[in-house]
Ligand binder design. Structure first.
Ligand code: ZN
Length: 351
């Protein structure tokens, strides 16, 4: 299997593993035993260039060998959302709080691995990296276009994070670098060139590689019972507010790194605009409200001071009704491309 060349230590390897092993045996001393080579990957799509993204240590076209694939016990929360959706689908009754398969990739089953990577360092040596590898359980979900869409979605969250960080800096009168920020771990789409471990992935599959190495994943905004962390909670509210109700974040999870919250694999629910006046009318008429309204209220049970800096109209938890979106028709969404040209609440936005 495998007709794709792979480059390690400046050597072009034909990508069947016998050739890889042979080259490893006569290659650098820092390469591990040959049986450790499990997957060969090529980065094919890495669009995350927002200042709020963590840096991506690889470029599109670069190839790596995966030498270690392990379950990370501290990363178990990464798959909680798909478990929630699976239980909801099995019950098949009542309101669909969790975004179902037809609505979002939220519940798309995937497996998560902590992997060690080897890549040429460009100077005749080898560099080692660790990352999160996510492989969809269903073969049809390992499609390149589906994986690229997921990476684009994560990239969109990073763009929102940049605007949010800028807003917070303006609100508190500090330089963005001096205050805690929301950051998003860089994700990229990877093509599997070859594999000796088909239970993880096989040649021809596409997977998501995320450069994230924290020991544990913590839920910041998930199902409403998390410890209240003001920055990710305010970010959650900010995205709904600044998109005019068109986009809702889901499952903000990750780790604290220094003073920053680094999010991993966040989800953006789209295409379900909440017209608050309509929701209120439906509620009073006894019909089920928009599920995104329920999600917003459940997942963001109260606002902190930061929320009030951009949306002072949402009430406190005891009387909360809705995000204080501008009424339908009066709200001016950001221009296409994600830039904010308007000046709201006295804050100017750059990009
Ligand atoms: Zn809020």
């Amino acid at each position: 299997m495998g007709n794709h060349p792979i480059t390690v230590c400046n050597q072009v390897l034909s990508c069947d593993f016998e050739a890889v092993r042979q080259s490893m045996r006569c290659g650098s001393r820092c390469l591990p035993d040959d049986e450790d080579a499990q997957l060969a990957l090529r980065l094919v799509f890495a669009p995350m260039d927002s200042p709020a993204s963590t840096s991506c240590p690889m470029k599109p076209g670069e190839e790596v060998i995966v030498t270690s694939i392990k379950k990370a016990p501290g990363w178990e929360p990464l798959t909680w959302r798909q478990d929630r959706v699976a239980r909801q689908e099995a019950a098949a009754r009542g309101a669909r709080l969790w975004p179902g398969p037809g609505e979002s990739r939220f519940g798309r089953p995937s497996r998560c691995w902590c992997v060690q990577l080897l890549a040429a360092d460009g100077r005749g040596g080898v560099r080692q990296m660790s990352a999160l590898l996510q492989v969809a359980c269903a073969q049809e979900d390992r499609d390149l276009e589906k994986v690229k869409d997921a990476v684009k979605e994560i990239s969109s969250v990073a763009k929102y994070a940049h605007r949010f960080n800028y807003h917070v800096a303006q609100a508190v009168g500090e330089e963005p670098a001096n205050i805690p920020a929301i950051r998003v771990a860089s994700s990229a789409a990877c093509f599997v060139l070859d594999s000796v471990n088909p239970r993880v992935a096989d040649a021809g599959d596409t997977a998501i590689l995320t450069f994230f190495d924290a020991k544990n994943v913590t839920k910041f905004v998930f199902e409403g019972g998390e410890d209240f962390e003001e920055l990710p909670q305010a970010f959650f509210h900010f995205v709904l507010w600044s998109s005019g109700g068109k986009e809702l974040l889901a499952d903000l999870q990750g780790a604290l790194k220094g003073q920053d919250f680094v999010l991993v694999d966040p989800v953006l629910l789209r295409g379900a605009e909440m017209a608050i006046a309509d929701v209120m009318a439906l509620s009073s008429s006894g019909e089920l409200p928009n599920p995104n309204q329920q999600r917003f209220d459940l997942w963001h049970p109260r606002c902190g001071q930061l929320c009030r800096s951009f949306d002072p109209s949402r009430r406190t938890s005891s009387t909360r009704r809705a995000c204080g979106l501008r009424p339908s028709g009066a709200f001016k969404p950001p221009p296409a491309g994600g830039g904010f040209s308007g000046v709201w609440l006295g804050f100017g936005w750059d990009t």
